[in-house]
Design a protein around this ligand. Structure first.
Ligand code: SF4
Length: 427
């Protein structure tokens, strides 16, 4: 069958769709670059915010308009709102997150004999640019109870992927040519807790670096309370990316309590001090939610000043989004949209000025860059990529350096990137 894959939302969704694509290929199905060419379209949906659910519906409608394919909807939105998804055009199957792993086998099965052998190298989806990094699912679900969160409802309790499977996926990704491995999950820090023999996330990281020596190993989001002293060990391992994304959500003690978060602002501050002592140049980024029910002006100001004091390397600011079935859906004192908008603009300004300050601190230093894009431009190449501590760098090169690593002298910091000069060696 001709199959088209698409996804919305987080890195976990991305890693799942790529894995399903490898399974479909290994089962002898042909992957196509557009929905119009497909017999079957598989869409991994998202429900983290109201907007994400709406984007999921839009993707399904677009696929339906593109051709006559049957549409299989999976992912968080399909899991929490199957009735709504069932009313969308050409949707033939709705597969909840808990059944997702069997989707390819269960729905597509194997075509007639003569399929291509099991894919040993992970390759990009058709029509997508060859990528420099691969998202590897190591964990799913969550055992925490943040009161605003729909993800834990859509994905269930925390489940760790077996180490053998993680290793198989990493092997396939590196064989496919990527230089950076990104470990991802819903609550990454809880890896191994549900499987007595597995060890911890720190053990997994140390094992991957020892057994694969990847050029780069990056972590996706980590809950702050999942980091202890033992974790500091990995910060200086070869190839470990000095970037931690630690969702704070709010800088106000009162709001954090109503959110059901397991840390206080002071805990977060202590954690950053401990991490920065072990890795001074590390990039700490975060997620902040403004406009949580009951958030007073004083609590917002308290949070704003707290975030300003953290010297973050960047972050995402979200407006509180009411999610069905979450405890916060029943909380009183909702914040009017205009106030939420005004608060998120002020919080974004603070996070942005911290990001610029962090970036400009590297002018004159040398860093290794993994080039993601290369555009030919009158005999030279305009290249763009990321350092391990998530600085976005642009430079000129003599050759196409996409998916290559270069040492770069960092020059002046601009609004969205840092200009650089590639040093002799990889030009
Ligand atoms: S830690 Fe909280 S916000 Fe994160 S997935 Fe779990 S319940 Fe949701």
């Amino acid at each position: 069958m001709k199959v088209y894959f698409d996804t919305i939302g987080c890195r976990l969704n991305q890693s799942e769709i790529e894995k399903m694509a490898s399974q479909a290929r290994a089962n002898g199905h042909e992957l196509v670059a557009r929905a119009a060419q497909a017999d079957v379209v598989i869409i991994n949906t998202c429900a983290v915010t109201l907007a994400a659910s709406s984007d999921s519906r839009m993707k399904i409608r677009q696929a339906a308009r593109a051709g006559r394919a049957r549409i299989i909807a999976t992912g968080c939105y399909a899991t929490i709102a199957p009735e709504e998804v069932g009313k969308l055009p050409q949707v033939s199957d709705i597969i909840c997150n808990q059944e997702k792993d069997n989707l390819i086998q269960g729905i597509l099965g194997k075509p007639a004999a003569g399929g291509e052998p099991a894919a040993s190298a992970r390759v990009p989806l058709p029509g997508r640019q060859h990528r420099t990094r691969a998202f590897i699912k190591v964990q799913d679900g969550c055992d925490n109870f943040c009161t605003f969160c729909i993800t834990r409802i859509a994905r269930g309790r925390s489940v760790s992927q077996p180490k053998e499977e993680i290793y198989r996926d990493i092997g396939a990704a590196l064989k496919g040519g990527v230089k950076e491995i990104v470990l991802t999950g819903v609550n990454l820090g809880s890896w191994g807790r549900d499987k007595a023999s597995s060890g911890t996330l720190v053990d997994l990281i140390k094992g991957i670096i020892a057994d694969f020596s990847p050029s780069r190993l990056r972590l996706s989001s980590l809950e702050p309370w999942d980091i202890d002293e033992n974790f500091l060990e990995v910060l200086t391992l070869p190839g470990f990316c000095r970037h931690l994304h630690l969702p704070l959500q709010s800088g106000s003690q009162g709001v954090l309590q109503r959110m059901g978060r397991r840390n206080t602002p002071q805990d977060f501050l202590n954690l950053l001090e401990m991490i920065r002592k072990a890795a001074p140049d590390i990039a700490i980024t975060t997620d902040i939610m403004v406009g949580f029910p009951g958030e007073t002006e004083a609590e917002f100001e308290e949070g704003l000043e707290f975030v300003r004091s953290l010297n973050l390397a960047g972050g995402h600011v979200f407006n509180f989004s009411l999610r069905p079935g979450t405890p916060a859906e029943r909380f009183p004192d909702r914040i009017p949209p205009a106030v939420r908008k005004e608060r998120s603009e002020r919080m974004r300004a603070v996070v942005e000025s911290s990001r610029l300050a962090y970036h400009s601190g590297f002018s004159g230093k040398v860093a290794q860059v993994l080039w993601e894009q290369a555009i030919a431009d009158n005999g030279i190449w305009q290249v763009e990529g990321l350092t391990d501590n998530y600085l976005r760098i642009r430079a000129e090169a003599e050759t196409n350096l996409q998916n290559e690593l270069s040492d770069v002298l960092l020059l002046e910091s601009r609004s969205s990137f840092v200009a650089g000069k590639i040093l002799p060696g990889k030009k």
